[in-house]
Design a protein around this ligand. Sequence first.
Ligand code: NAP
Length: 344
Amino acid sequence: ACFPTFECPAMTSQINRQYQLAQRPSGLPGRDTFSFVETPLGEPAEGQILVKNEYLSLDPAMRGWMNDARSYIPPVGIGEVMRALGVGKVLVSKHPGFQAGDYVNGALVVQDYFVGEPKGFYKVDPSRAPLPRYLSALGMTGMTAYFALLDVGQPKNGETVVISGAAGAVGSVAGQIARLKGCRVVGIAGGAEKCRFLVEELGFDGAIDYKNEDLAAGLKRECPKGIDVFFDNVGGEILDTVLTRIAFKARIVLCGAISQYNNKEAVRGPANYLSLLVNRARMEGMVVMDYAQRFPEGLKEMATWLAEGKLQSREDIVEGLETFPETLLKLFSGENFGKLVLKV
Ligand code: NAP
């Protein structure tokens, strides 16, 4: 009960539950991918902080971090606590940049408490937005949508923008921004309820339920003038089909390829890539971390749109650190509806 101060002797017996990476999965990760361990909670040393983790961001990218492969970030090591961004409350600070009581956003990893150097951490204000929103529209997810669409996709007024994974965290924000820029926006999502949400609640011009209708026919119906910008979160067959309907000088933003992350075989590449040649189009990858310096600019505009009611952010919050392995799988089955957040 005397937590959170170190004057309290009970503190030293505090337990920190952690999900450590136990083995590298082949295909979908499962409970045996991780060990759920209880470790004693240490005290922060000079330059470190102790944070009570409140919400963790569950991201498709986590699957990639489990692979022993070269990527834009090193993989999580076996025995290391699984990497995750999160928001939490500083309980003790021995770092000049933070004080007890501050709320922070950073790589808190999959555990109850974070003790360490707050490298890359920044403060968030819980009085301005609910904490989970700092992991969705006002966090890495929102910044991905914002910079991938505007900087890489460069949509122009009147153009047609198609988004895959459109009802997801990144896709739903990217689509709304494209609408704000005066584009015709068509979402591709799984299931009638997600498609209804896109059109009726987020104002998309059209939606295609790739699980229950023919995608090529849907694209023909919704994009009669072709596709100027394709914001791809999914890859695989969806990317290949969209390539058959791109317009002259189209831009394809490679944000993600979730359909390929759990492949046991080689990633499926686009067979229809000659469409890029014929249409003088380009396809470009994007990693949000490259835009870290510009986050303040993006966050300011996103916060304004949210405050003005021009942008909606939907979070899908699941409770309980212990549910992490099963909750993560919702991303790959499509069971999440909005930004998937784990309440610790
Ligand atoms: P999300 O879209 O909220 O959740 C994942 C969604 O993907 C699921 O709800 C599901 O929606 C769809 N999906 C899963 N498996 C699929 C499959 N086999 N085929 C088609 N759709 C499938 O997740 P998010 O966090 O916003 O991430 C979206 C994408 O952005 C991911 O590819 C992620 O890696 C990428 N991303 C990239 C960056 C970057 O810097 N490049 C940063 C953040 C995220 P349905 O119900 O519609 O199937």
